[in-house]
Design a protein around this ligand. Structure first.
Ligand SMILES: *[C@@H]1O[C@H](CO)[C@@H](O)[C@H](O)[C@H]1NC(C)=O
Ligand SMILES: *[C@@H]1O[C@H](CO)[C@@H](O)[C@H](O)[C@H]1NC(C)=O
Length: 295
């Protein structure tokens, strides 16, 4: 158990209604005051919704399908993660401020905590949502291998934490609903992980149009290939193998684990599934947003 020798950055606080690591809470004013530029492109997701996948697709679209160009650096260097602060390492803010425009940036923040400048400057924002059952299973395994996140406890304990929104970046329900309600008011392209799995070419084309790059069929096919699960899993610039084991231990659970729809069926008990569905109905009663839990 990590609790015996917990480091400063392994402590988590309820901050503005969501759980965040200490250094992020302490740098909150700086994060909140981040100055976006009108040509910034922001990729926003709840954790484990296909963030890295979308980042790779976007980078390949911007490089017209040239996979070698997209291998210039690991994902987290190519696309700064705005609110990530690990003492001793360059923060997402520092990376972003040092970057030339046009910049592509990443956040996991809910819409009401995203630096307001992104909305004031009317930046293009890509939001990707994934069904909560698969998100929960994926997040559980991610917390097991990512030492910068709280120990998830047992699956049973984690199930309760997720439902209660007591996980980093807060409630899945508030996150997906918040961005959904804002999508028509700002330049937000709202996508679904399940659609991207089912018809990657179609969704990649949508992304390319939104970004403003019209790509021919051949380039689209190339991007579909380079962003398929099996190819990305073996791409050292996309599979997070460059991050020290001190932060991510792929031997516990690889960063690219399964990338499927419906894996939750291997984890949810019948009782958990019933409890989940009942709770889901209540929390999602006031939204038009719907999800696919299987194909
Ligand atoms: C990442 O990619 C490298 C190079 O293909 C591969 O050797 C390694 O096993 C991959 N790591 C993970 C955790 O999948
Ligand atoms: C839905 O209800 C929740 C909790 O009652 C509330 O926090 C949220 O703002 C509501 N969302 C909408 C879109 O009405």
């Amino acid at each position: 158990h990590r609790n015996n020798h917990q480091k400063y950055w392994e402590l988590f606080y309820d901050h503005k209604g969501i759980l965040q690591p200490t250094p992020t809470c302490e740098a909150w004013d700086q994060i909140c005051n981040f100055q976006a530029k009108p040509d910034d492109l922001l990729i926003a997701t709840y954790p484990k919704a296909g963030t890295t996948w979308t980042e790779e697709i976007v980078d390949l679209i911007q490089n017209k399908g040239d996979a070698e160009k997209s291998k210039r650096a690991p994902t987290h260097i190519r696309i700064p993660f705005i609110e990530l602060i690990i003492p001793g390492m360059e923060s997402g803010l520092e990376q972003a401020n040092a970057m030339l425009s046009p910049r592509t940036l990443k956040t996991h923040l809910p819409i009401d905590l995203v630096p307001p400048s992104f909305l004031e400057k009317n930046c293009k924002i890509i939001y990707v949502a994934r069904n909560p059952k698969d998100s929960m299973v994926s997040y559980y395994h991610f917390q097991r291998m990512n030492k910068g996140l709280p120990d998830p406890g047992t699956w049973e304990e984690y199930f309760e934490s997720f439902l209660a929104g007591k996980v980093c970046w807060g409630s899945w329900y508030d996150h997906v609903k918040g961005w959904w309600e804002a999508k028509d008011q700002y330049r937000i392209l709202y996508l679904f992980y399940e659609d991207m799995k089912k018809n990657p070419k179609h969704e990649i084309q949508k992304l390319a149009e939104f970004i403003g790059n019209n790509l021919d069929d051949e380039v689209l096919d190339k991007i579909v290939y380079h962003t398929s699960f099996d190819v990305m899993k073996l791409n050292p610039m996309a599979n997070y193998s460059s991050v020290p084991t001190e932060f991510m231990d792929h031997s516990i659970s690889p960063f690219m684990r399964k990338g499927t729809v419906g894996d939750w069926k291997n984890y949810f008990t019948v009782a958990q599934n019933e409890r989940f569905d009942e709770d889901y109905k209540k929390k999602m009663a006031n939204t038009s947003l719907t999800f696919h839990f299987q194909f």
